[in-house]
Design a protein around this ligand. Structure first.
Ligand code: SAH
Length: 257
């Protein structure tokens, strides 16, 4: 690649399995002077970095302290202005709940050039590894990716719930585990059948992958009983039934730990 110094590459690392990165994404890791990476980008990918590359972790620390977004922006801008090639590695696809918009806007303000290298997003890949294609010609022709993380300022308005409940066949909730009871309840309150199948897939595409199957009515209780850990994708819709025939990975059982 002919690279201008000081370029930032927003790279999708894929959902977990380190082989699910694109060739272009891998190349961006190999050439970077600086790699800024998140908690959900598999650290195994860093083995491809140059020996002298500077590696900066900006994910959650064991203390649960997170680096504020402004500080991450500052780090990226500062390194790029030093003339460094920066690879900003994010889990899944950088544009799907990945704050690429916020970080890229900051670069635009500083006149820094950047590229976006899409990745394999969890909402599609994680169900796939659990034997659930998110669309199927006869079962589901529409699919939505939804944030289940409802802070006060981004609550899903009622009319969107109506649309999600009755207008979309497959719904994948990201960041929804702490709200799963509410999310499933909202779909039912807005017209989705309580018996609609739901899959919760934790640590999808990794050796820790675990799937729990239920319905809108009982999945919240099931995941609580199984103590399903984050990260997890909640997939709602008839496509979940396809897993009965299409499950192609043998998962270990939950230890209940
Ligand atoms: N940009 C990412 C999503 C970031 S939001 C992407 O495109 O995939 C983080 C959420 O993604 C998590 O809360 C979880 O819902 C989902 N997620 C990411 N990796 C996952 C994995 N390996 N298994 C299950 N869910 C995952």
């Amino acid at each position: 690649m002919g690279i201008e110094k000081g370029t930032v590459f927003f790279v999708g690392a894929g959902p977990g399995d380190p082989k699910l990165i694109t060739l272009k994404g891998l190349e961006c890791i190999q050439i970077a002077d600086v790699i800024v990476y998140d908690r959900l980008a598999n650290p195994a990918l860093l083995e491809h970095a140059r020996k002298d590359a500077e590696i900066i972790y900006v994910g959650k620390h064991p203390s649960h302290h997170t680096i504020p977004q402004e500080q991450i922006n500052e780090i990226i801008v500062a390194k790029a202005l030093e003339g460094k090639t920066v690879t900003r590695l994010k889990g899944g696809d950088p544009c799907v709940f990945g704050r690429v918009g916020e970080e890229a806007l900051e670069l635009v303000e500083h006149g820094i050039s950047y590229e976006i290298v899409p990745g394999v997003t969890a909402g599609i890949a994680v169900p796939a590894y659990a034997g659930i294609p998110v669309t199927h010609r006869k079962v589901a022709t529409t699919f939505a990716m939804v944030t289940g993380h409802l802070c006060q300022d981004d609550t899903i308005p009622e009319e969107k719930w109506n649309a999600l409940a009755t207008g979309i066949d497959t719904v994948a909730f990201y960041m929804g585990m702490s709200n799963i009871e509410f999310l499933c309840g909202q779909l039912v309150r807005h017209g989705r059948a309580p018996q609609t199948p739901v899959a919760v897939v934790s640590w999808g595409t990794t050796s820790l992958q675990r799937t729990v199957i239920g319905t809108l009515e009982n999945i919240a209780r099931k995941v609580a009983e199984e103590k399903v850990p984050n990260p997890a994708i909640i997939v709602v819709g008839e496509v979940v039934r396809l897993r009965e025939k299409l499950e192609w990975i043998v998962e270990k059982q939950f230890s209940g730990a």
